[in-house]
Design a protein around this ligand. Sequence first.
Ligand code: DHB
Ligand code: FE
Length: 280
Amino acid sequence: MNCSHVPAIGAAWDQGKTETSYWAPIFRGFEFSKKWIADLKPDVVILVYNDHASAFSVELIPTLALGCAAEFKPADEGWGPRPVPVVKGHPELAAHIAQSVILDEFDLTIVNKMDVDHGLTVPLSLMFGQPKEWPCRILPLPVNVVQYPPPTGHRCYEFGKAIKKAVESYHEDLRIVIFGTGGMSHQLQGKRAGLINAKFDKAFLDNLVKNPRKVAKIPFLEYVREAGSEAIELVMWLISRGALENEVREVYRFYHVPCSNTALGHLILENKRKTKRKKR
Ligand code: DHB
Ligand code: FE
C-alpha cells in the first residue's frame, strides 16, 4: 500500500473535520482501502516513511533504519503528540529483518528507541481510522529523504527485495503488508512552493505497477525539477514495490489535488502469486 502522508490529514482527523467539503473527497478515496485492509487482517505492517526531524535531527541522519523496539510513541511535532494509539512493534521480526538485510550488505541502522511522526501515523489513520489500539504490529522503517543525499531509487528498490527475502525466511507464518509513504509531487518552500505535476505523478504510478526498474532509474534531479523538492519522498515507494513480486495486480488507485500543498496519491498492489515461505 502506498500513499502520501500529508500532516494536515492527521490534523483533519484529530479535529473532526473529515466531513468538511475540503476533506470529505480525500477520506472517501480511502473507503475501499479501509475495507481492503480490514478484510486482510494483517499481523504486521512494515511502514516505510521518513522522519521529518522529529525523532532524528541534523545531528543524526540514518539513511535506512528499522525500529526494533516493542513500542513507539507519537512524536510531538509542535502541536503536541497526535492523540493516536502507541505503535506496537514486533521486536523478533524486526531483529530477523535487520540481521537478514545487514548480512545481505545493506547497512541498516537499528533503532531501539524512537518517537514516530506524521510520516508514520497519518497513513495508519487513513487505513485504520481512529481505533483505540492499532489492529496489528507495526515496524517503523524510516528513510532519509530530508538531507541530501537520500538513497537512490535503485538502492531503495533493491532494499525492498532484501526485505522480501527477509520476510520469506522468517520462521512464523505472518500476514505482512508493506506501506510506502510520502509524495507525490510537492514543494514546501522557495519560489516554486505549491508545485504540482499530475502528468509526472500519473506516469510514476503507471510505471511503478508495470515497470518499476524504469522508475528506479529516475535521478534525484528529475524528481526535484519535475515534481518539486519534496517529491523525492517517492523513492520510498520503490522499497515497498521492491518487496513485491515483479508481476503485481493493481487493486486500487486514487489521486487527488490538492491536499494541503501536495498531490495525494494512493496505490494498492498485490502479488499475483501467493508468496511461499522460504527455508531459513
Ligand atoms: C506536506 C506534505 C508532506 O509530505 C510533509 O511531510 C509536510 C507537509 C504538505 O503538503 O503540507
Ligand atoms: Fe513528508
